[in-house]
Design a protein around this ligand. Structure first.
Ligand SMILES: Cc1ncc(C[n+]2csc(CCOP(=O)(O)OP(=O)(O)O)c2C)c(N)n1
Ligand SMILES: *[C@@H]1O[C@H](CO)[C@@H](O)[C@H](O)[C@H]1NC(C)=O
Length: 630
């Protein structure tokens, strides 16, 4: 494994340093045990297997400023096995950033040292705890470091062997080697055990090695309790170029606690009557109190530019032009990319459907092809956006974000500002059929805390949705449609999050009709047809479904006999209609009729499908007539 020439320059740390690292490992064990005893919950044995790994990473290998954990130049660390949070907190105690006494408030309601790490803590970039997601985020950080920041910071990710059964881990493994992320190191803590039984490969280190190598990683198998082997492997990782490094560490769960490295101890604090014996046993092993100071990083980066990002000019459309909102997304993002180098785009091999290819053509160095691995794409986009290094936009068919929903959920906990753009919503995609139709995405994204849901209906509003999303904190979702539709706003129209547009209005409107995307155009067609018969309706474009402009909707309802009809290319559950229902719930006497897709749709022509599922202009006209027929 070792190349002679490279080994020649390896300066083996002195014995004192090794002893210092061993001592810190045991101190980390002691902190982890005390903290989990104090909270009477947590995972001390999962911490103990990783004690030497954490000690060597934090006090020998990683370069960072202990009093400035979010410094952009620092090496990054991602604790993918998030349940080992106490040992991460312990490392920051030893580094001097967290107060030792705070460890005893682990998991308490008024303490940010929660059960699993979140970015409420300055030294955490992404929340972990849903297993299998850390490596994808680490890939985003490493890609950003290597290709966007062009900085020397490195990214380290600690995984459990149990979590390696997650497919998302292997999506990330493939991504990292494809993009030659030689600034990325994954450390696998192979402690043999999972939660309820052994992990499938147990201590079969050769199979781990083969798998990592097959995925294109420079791979070392080491004794994960031997600080010297860890120092050497992590040093070698820094020398290896053109590929990421995996360090497969053979460890014991509960190492350092006699009798606790067996099954059945996962997620349990050490019993009160045993803890003192364990602590004094560990304390006795500690020989030095020499503090080890991590090295500072190279100062090769400036802080992120947080100034707002604006489109370089007015949207390039005139009313009446025909353009799909999906194409308008690509046009808008490419234009936004002219204004700021920080704007980056990701896609999962759908770039000529979502039109992120227009961004790629304009800014090839800022486009990341993630291939058909949507979970990883979302994690990478989250990783790219950490420490505000980039403003990332990830696109695919809206339907396929459903398979990354756990990543989206974790993005909210991560306080991420990632932007997700889903095209091909609803039955209006037509011939491709139900597998490609997103009919649950509004429900999905509305349920996410921190999420702003944009549903633009023409080229101009899509441009403003993209611009607003880039500057909006929290997760943003932009829902785009496949069919070409008319541009309805003039280029200088102003848009705000949570501000609806009233598009048709008269003194004697019979009903308020609310549509978005293709159904807004159906509503406008219905209004035109009804107007010929002398019937006026009010038509509203919500622009954002979350937050929803309740004030405009309620005042319109009051002016239109308290009658509302919603029409959406989405299932009823959790969609636009239900959002409107909850917006008007305090308003007496409002009747909301919801036109929405139901059941499993089928292939057909878009217009045929809008008719079949009851959301076309014809159906709106019928629904309006029915409201005043009775
Ligand atoms: C996606 C997901 N599934 C299940 C769990 C519950 N869980 C928490 S820890 C754990 C076992 C983890 O085993 P491993 O990765 O080997 O870590 P260890 O504790 O052994 O270091 C499980 C199943 C989870 N947190 N996330
Ligand atoms: C996308 O591009 C490929 C390769 O050029 C082409 O074969 C395919 O038809 C395109 N798909 C769409 C939806 O335009």
């Amino acid at each position: 494994v070792l190349h002679i020439d490279k080994m020649a320059s390896y300066h083996k740390p002195d014995e004192k340093t090794f002893q210092g690292l061993k001592d810190i490992a045991n101190k980390l064990r002691i902190h982890s045990i005390k903290a989990t005893c104090a909270s009477n919950s947590g995972h001390p044995t999962s911490c103990c297997s990783a004690a030497e790994i954490m000690s060597v990473l934090f006090f020998h290998t990683m370069r960072y400023k202990t009093q400035d954990p979010r410094n952009p130049c620092n090496d990054r660390f991602v604790m993918s096995k998030g349940h080992a949070a106490p040992i991460l907190y312990a490392a920051w105690v030893e580094a001097g950033f967290v107060k030792e006494a705070d460890l005893l408030n682990l998991r308490k309601i008024d303490c940010d040292l929660e059960g699993h790490p979140t970015p409420k803590l300055a030294f955490v970039d992404v929340a972990t705890g849903s297993l299998g997601q850390g490596l994808g985020a680490a890939c985003g950080m490493a890609y950003t470091g290597k290709y966007f920041d062009k900085s020397s910071y490195r990214v380290y990710c600690l995984l459990g062997d149990g979590e390696c059964s997650e497919g998302s881990v292997w999506e990330a493994m493939a991504f990292a080697s494809y993009y030659k992320l030689d600034n990325l190191v994954a450390i696998l803590d192979v402690n043999r055990l999972g939660q309820s039984e052994a992990a499938p490969l147990q201590h079969d280190m050769e199979t781990y090695r083969k798998r990592c190598e097959a995925f294109g990683w420079n791979t070392y198998v080491v004794d994960g309790h031997d600080v010297e082997e860890l120092c050497k492997a992590l040093w070698q990782a820094q020398q290896d170029k053109g590929r990421p490094t995996a360090i497969v560490a053979k460890t014991l769960k509960g190492k350092g606690l006699k009798g606790k490295n067996e099954a059945n101890w996962h997620g349990k604090p050490i019993p009160k009557d045993k803890v003192d014996a364990f602590l004094s046993d560990l304390q006795e092993k500690i020989q030095t109190n020499k503090p080890l100071c991590p090295e500072h990083p190279a100062e090769d980066l400036s802080p992120a530019d947080l100034s707002p990002i604006h489109l370089p000019s007015l949207p390039p459309y005139k009313t009446g032009d025909k353009v799909s909102t999906r194409r308008a997304y690509g046009v808008a993002l490419a234009r936004l990319g002219q204004s700021s180098e920080r704007v980056v785009a990701l896609d999962g091999d759908t770039k000529n459907s979502t039109f992120s290819e227009l961004f790629k053509k304009a800014h090839p160095d800022r486009y990341i092809e993630c291939f058909i691995a949507e979970q990883n794409m979302v994690s990478v986009a989250i990783g790219c956006a950490t420490r505000d290094r980039t403003v990332s936009f990830a696109s695919t068919f809206a339907a396929f974000f459903s398979r990354a929903y756990d990543q989206v959920r974790m993005a909210a906990i991560s306080q991420s500002n990632v932007n997700l753009v889903g095209s091909h919503c609803g039955v209006s995609i037509g011939e491709d059929g139900p597998s490609q139709m997103a009919l649950e995405d509004l429900a999905m994204f509305r349920a996410i805390p921190t999420c702003t849901v944009f549903y633009p209906s023409d080229g101009v509003s899509t441009e403003r949705a993209v611009e607003l999303a880039a500057n909006t904190k929290g997760i943003c979702f932009i829902r785009t449609s496949r069919p070409d539709t008319a541009v309805i706003y003039s280029p200088d129209e102003k848009f705000e999050v949570g501000q609806a547009k009233v598009l048709r209005q008269s003194g004697n409107d019979k009903v308020t009709v609310i549509g978005a995307g293709v159904t807004l155009h159906e509503a406008l067609a219905a209004a035109d047809q009804l107007a010929k018969e002398g019937v006026n309706i009010r038509v509203i474009d919500p622009f954002t479904v979350k937050p929803l402009d309740a004030a405009t909707i309620i005042s319109s309802a009051r002016a239109t006999g308290r009658r509302i009809i919603t029409v959406e290319d989405h299932y009823r559950e959790g969609g636009l209609g239900e959002a409107v229902c909850s917006a008007v719930q305090g308003e007496p006497g409002v009747v909301v009729q919801q036109l929405a897709v139901s059941g499993v749709p089928r292939s057909g022509k878009p217009q045929e499908l809008l008719d079949l599922y009851g959301i076309s202009a014809k159906c709106i006209v019928a629904a309006v007539r029915a409201t005043f027929a009775n």
